[in-house]
Design a binder for this molecule. Structure first.
Ligand SMILES: NC(=O)C1=CN([C@@H]2O[C@H](COP(=O)(O)OP(=O)(O)OC[C@H]3O[C@@H](n4cnc5c(N)ncnc54)[C@H](O)[C@@H]3O)[C@@H](O)[C@H]2O)[C@@H](O)CC1
Ligand SMILES: Nc1ncnc2c1ncn2[C@@H]1O[C@H](COP(=O)(O)OP(=O)(O)O)[C@@H](O)[C@H]1O
Ligand SMILES: [K+]
Length: 495
């Protein structure tokens, strides 16, 4: 599944039409799907559909027809001058005897439900004049609103705020990224019959889906032993961040690693989990790490200024490595890539900003672009730019266009200390289990967020997210996970 910009979705529409798929069929499917979602989510109120001049308005006119045919009380207010498919949708509705009123005549009616079919992906620039005051009037009414495709006005200000948004054919950036995402409310994605070749475009970011991620889960044969399913070495810890490597080790073990070893400065207060092997080090010379039994390393968590020394010591093991936190320095990552080691880097916006020479705020405002820049700067490394949502990027070879992926799990309750350390442990466990960096990164990010969603409450702690991983993996493996865009998420899995 791909993530679209408005432009990319319009291109997909054009490809469908180019393939011979009639656009009126798409509009009919879109409008009917909107009607179905509205009818199910709002069984009783009077429905007021507000339609613009373009195809978004056309979808609203189709939805109004079906809702009326299903016996719902429907009023329609529309801009004048629909043409093409939207014009046909208008005459089809009028053929059923419904009188369409001008948009200017709309006034808020308490108890009604609004369907916002004013603007979708065709909006160019901010709303002004009549449209801006209509948006203000609708918002001031406080009436519940269902948006067709996008809340009108997005991604600019002003825009409508929807309780529910019915995304047509594919999810758009506004449905995933803040602040626009807040205006969408609950998002339900509906297919509209678009031919698959029209939808797929490798240049668009991949959206991590339950099906896609389930396929990446490593199989655990019945005769597995602790040495055969992946052993992880965690290298970190220092005076004040003694919990960080412990959380990473816990998460690696909870992700199925057969053995976890924690290497930390001797004399520090690091307390590895009971099940872990301890490796207290006298210094970061690297000698102390030799002989550690592992198939992958996680380095950098809680090392403070010793991060570079720790990462250089770990580099000598020649293993697939996850580089995090204090080890995230340009010279470290370059050294790993020069050594041709499979590498995953997991910066948060502050660390990414440091690597790119930008501010954390700039990175957080442009996560897709920033992840792509990091991938180009560090070709061969799987880049995990953490955030809500986390974005991943990989340029397989120098100067290659990065492939991008966007996570679809996780929630704001995960904004608390130690969550990143847990993510590092998960990804390291999958590296140790033999997954390629790109697969380990995507699966790890997805499961981390899924475990957080299964808890879903503010105040949850990082170690609880680690403890929840077996349940998250089990549900994913059994096909019991649905994307946030599903019409009816399973009751016991919704946050
Ligand atoms: N084949 C297709 O193209 C399909 C399109 N679909 C729907 O069509 C929508 C896109 O339709 P359109 O491309 O017609 O675009 P919209 O309906 O989103 O908006 C286009 C209209 O808005 C006006 N407009 C643009 N910017 C404005 C601004 N800043 N201020 C005031 N007016 C402005 C344009 O002049 C035009 O009349 C999608 O969001 C979706 O709802 C669906 O029907 C499915 C198929
Ligand atoms: N609002 C949010 N939505 C989704 N995930 C979030 C959100 N806030 C934080 N997270 C996740 O929590 C983790 C935080 O990582 P990080 O900042 O490195 O924490 P720490 O350094 O305390 O371990 C990341 O994986 C991030 O994606
Ligand atoms: K809309």
């Amino acid at each position: 599944m791909r993530l679209y910009t408005s432009e990319a979705m319009r291109a997909a529409d054009a490809r469908a039409v180019g393939l011979g798929y009639p656009s009126l069929l798409l509009m009919e499917a879109a409008g009917r799907a909107v009607a179905e979602v509205v009818a199910r989510a709002y069984p009783s109120p009077k429905i007021v559909v507000l339609c613009g001049k373009g195809n978004n308005g056309g979808d609203g006119l189709v939805a109004a027809r079906w809702l009326r045919l299903w016996g719902r009380e429907v009023e329609v207010y529309a801009a004048a001058g629909q043409e093409g498919d939207a014009g046909l949708a208008r005459s089809a509705l009028e053929a059923h005897g419904l009188k369409i009123q001008p948009l200017e005549a709309w006034a808020p009616e308490p108890g009604s439900l609004l369907v916002d079919a004013l603007f979708g992906t065709g909006l160019r620039g901010r709303l002004e004049g009549f449209w801006a005051s209509l948006v203000a009037q609708i918002r001031a009414s406080g009436l519940p609103t269902v948006a067709v495709d996008l809340p009108s006005g997005l991604p600019y200000e002003p825009h409508l705020e929807a309780e529910l948004t019915v995304a047509l054919a594919g999810l758009k950036t506004e449905h995933l990224f803040y602040p626009a995402r807040s205006a969408c409310g609950r998002v339900v994605l509906v297919p509209i019959g678009m031919p698959e070749p029209a939808l797929v475009s490798p240049a668009l970011p991949e959206l991590l889906t339950p099906d896609g991620m389930r396929r990446l889960l490593p199989r655990r044969p019945g005769n597995a032993n602790k040495g055969s399913v992946g052993r992880v070495l965690v290298v970190g810890g220092q005076a004040i961040y003694t919990g960080a490597p412990t959380l990473t080790a816990l998460a690696a073990a909870r992700s199925g690693a057969g053995l976890v070893t924690v290497a930390y400065p001797a004399g520090s207060a690091v307390q590895p989990p009971l099940e872990a092997i301890r490796k207290p080090l006298q210094d970061w010379s690297g000698e102390g790490l030799q002989g550690a039994k592992a198939e992958a390393v996680a380095v950098g968590m809680g090392t403070g200024p010793e991060g570079v020394a720790a990462a250089r010591a770990a580099l000598e093991l020649g293993l697939p490595t996850l580089v995090d936190a204090d080890a995230l320095q340009v010279e470290v990552i370059d050294a790993y890539l020069q050594a041709r080691l499979p590498t995953v880097i997991t910066p948060h916006p502050g660390e990414a900003g440091r690597l790119l020479g930008r501010s954390a705020a700039e990175v957080a405002q442009q996560p897709l672009e920033s992840a792509a820049l990091l991938a180009r700067r560090f070709p061969g490394a799987a880049v995990v730019l953490k955030g809500g949502p986390t974005v991943m990027a990989l340029s397989p070879v120098p100067d290659s266009a990065p492939v991008l992926a966007v996570n679809t799990t996780g929630n704001a309750a995960m904004a608390s200390g130690g969550m990143g350390d847990v993510l590092s442990g998960i990804i390291a466990a999958y590296l140790a289990a033999g997954l390629e960096p790109w697969d380990a990164a995507r699966l790890g990010v997805y499961l981390h967020g899924l475990s957080g969603d299964l808890i879903g409450k503010v105040g949850m702690l990082a170690h609880e997210v680690a403890e929840g991983l077996p349940e998250a993996v089990w549900r994913l493996s059994k096909g019991r996970v649905r994307g946030f865009w599903a019409q009816e998420p399973e009751a016991d899995e919704a946050p």
